[in-house]
Design a protein around this ligand. Sequence first.
Ligand code: BTN
Length: 245
Amino acid sequence: MKNKISIEWYDEIDSTNTEMQRKIDALENFSVIAAVNQTAGRGQRGNTWHVQEGKNLTFSLFLKFQPGELEAADNFLLSEAAALAMLDYLRGEGVECKIKWPNDIYYKNKKICGMLIENTISERNISNSIIGIGLNVNQKDFPAGLVNPISMSQITNKAYSLKEELVKLCGCLSSRLTLPFGEGMANEYEECLYRKDEFHEYSDCASGKPFEGKIIGVSTDGKLCVETEKGEVRRFAFKEISYII
Ligand code: BTN
């Protein structure tokens, strides 16, 4: 059964993930904090997440788990479920996207959505998770320097109500993130991977060396499996590989 999500909107906040961290003890399972504007939005790898005020969705979803429900070693399931929920929602809006491992959402070669998932671990279990999502919705111009951004509006030529879209998107998140996770979710995630089964250029972050490889899947612990031209399969953790796009 799907959980009902309650949404609290702020006009302005530093970061919805940070606000959730501050309120963590008082938060209910499946609560959402959304902001019209974030003044210190956080991205992956310590980056800042920039948005144009009032144009895009920036929000965080809080999930609470009982002891034994979700092991810390299975944390990648949260990335899979959240990324698939985003594809479900975008497909419903007529925007066909792919998942750029681990959980960026790409339209062709451009990034439409990013996620910052922050888990609290207690005795090898995940006790709660903050799933922060930034989705480019109505923004038409992006500052130079952002890597390959695109918005829903640029693709469909429509203008969206952020509040209405967030309700629809939360429905998709609730369906995918309610335990138990759907059977075959890992396979479905792999099938939706950006650049799967095609040779492209990557960079090995440890050596800085570029190489040609083909993404063939993701291991159960969330590592990206890339086959090289010599047929060798290399497994990369987050921050160990970068895509050359
Ligand atoms: C990334 O791709 O680098 C992740 C971006 C995540 C941005 C969202 S916006 C809502 C939530 N609050 C934050 O401070 N970050 C996430």
